[in-house]
Ligand binder design. Sequence first.
Ligand SMILES: [Zn+2]
Length: 131
Amino acid sequence: MLSEAAGRYLLKIYEMNSPITPKTLAEKMGVSRPTAFETIKKLEKCGFLEKEGKKYQLTDKGEHEAKRLIRNHRIIETLLYNTGIDLSEACACATKIQGLIEDSIVEKIGDYLGNPKFCPHGKPIPKEEST
Ligand SMILES: [Zn+2]
């Protein structure tokens, strides 16, 4: 299970959509290079990143995990938003629990919501993928 911080790095790498170095990731995340490198090593150990020359890129497993986190985030956020919670608050809360919540629970919430295609930000909710 990824920590919240490691999950945020993974999503950032997914968003950047190109191989990264500790330097580029550190700049994007606004952290020091050693901090970025430490997380890269952690993600590599989990099999989410692989080294390609001097750069690191997402593996299929890493991409799958990023999509899973995005899906969890957007479904949780939609649920919270629907209850009347502020979108920014719903988003912040979803960020905290997106990596911790069981997929099966997210699926139930998705069904309950009528399987929305977009989150309240208007961003697409990725479909569930089997591993
Ligand atoms: Zn959000």
